[in-house]
Design a protein around this ligand. Sequence first.
Ligand code: PHE
Length: 468
Amino acid sequence: MNAKERKGFSSSLGLVLATAGSAVGLGNLWRFPYLAAKGGGLFLILYILLSLTFGFALMSTEIAIGRKTGVGPLEAYGRMDRRFSFLGWLSTLAPIPIFSYYCVIGGWVVRYAWRYGSIEHSRSPQGARLFLEDFLASPIAVLFCFLLFFACSAIIVWLGVEKGIEKTSRIAMPLLLVFMIGIAIYSLTLSHTDEDGIRRTAWEGVGIYLIPDLKSLTSKTFLSALTDATGQLFYSLGIAMGVMITFGSYAKKESDLPHAIHLIECFDTGIAILAGLVIIPSVYAFQGVEGLKQSGPELLFVSLPTVFEEMGKIGGAVGALFFLLVLLAALTSAVSLLETVTASLCDRFGCSRHAGILLASAVTLILGGAICMSYNLLPLSFKLPNGATGTLPVLLEYLSNTLLLPIVGLLTCILVGWVTLPSGILEELEIGCKKKSFFRKRIYSGMIRFVCPLLLTVIFLQALGLFS
Ligand code: PHE
């Protein structure tokens, strides 16, 4: 993209809301609450601490690289140091399968929002699972919903950084926050009595979520909560996906980056905690601890719908609102991925934004279409490098999230920590910074040189299944 065509965010608030929109996504809703329930309070404490240190260091690094170089990831790494140009390719490659997969799941969310919006939901507890299975068995339905979600993302990116992405986030993020608070308050009022007369209240679920269980704390449970929190934070912030570099390249020189990053962290963690307050108390009240053992699609598309169904009439309205919010969260994340690939292509090959979007879309349509078919017509299974077998989405997730992202993250730490040196990033962070010296400056170098590489190695090895 030539410099004239490269327009950025209108203000710091635009940067904050768009980046928070990218960070707040399906992971906050379907993985954070599950990990939080599993880690019992300890996970939450570690997540917040890591967000202020590990997350801050990595996010600052990428946003600063973006603003310093003024280009997307494909070019940015090479401009930092020629020898690291290959990292640009890796971090432009990673968002492609993630975007394709995200659009397919976004399609599921569209289907669910429609289901509750039109009160077609069934009433038996088995209904939720059957509904999902029926939906996935129909290639046309899955493909149609995928295309709808994909088209919405592409239109937003097509409209531009300020008029599309920033504007959408300016509307979506406050809505998400306000309605999440509303549903969380409602969720806390719930209680349920089983067929065998056992009564559970939502507040008991809050206890499981927030209070650390110090009695059963061992080094093993601590390590497991630590790796869970690190992995979740890394994925949620979209580190190593090139998104932060891209959005950083759209930031104004007068933007106060340390302050903006602090707000993004608060938004991401705040919405994740709220999602926990929506999901954990209600699932606990209706399904007990068993219900909390689900994560991912199972939690969002089976356990929660079961709760909505058991709520009776109001469940339809709560379900519709909830899935609408999930849709907003997923959409603002998806657009950041498409924007990253588009910006990289344009910066590198000098093509127009629209040409970049069309090219990225063509690849997404092929990959996304194949993922849609993998649930019904083409249920191929692949052998993963770690010995397990998985379907196409599992394979793609493995290649991008498990292999590519931690490697890119680790090499970025080496580049900035040891090759170009942290001072370059710190200088960039100080441009526009309102305070003389920002609070976490002192820990930045140690984090990026030692702590972040160590934690990234740990999540990489854990994801490979090397220590369980
Ligand atoms: N934040 C997203 C999530 O939690 C992950 C993601 C990051 C997706 C960046 C897109 C871009 O689901």
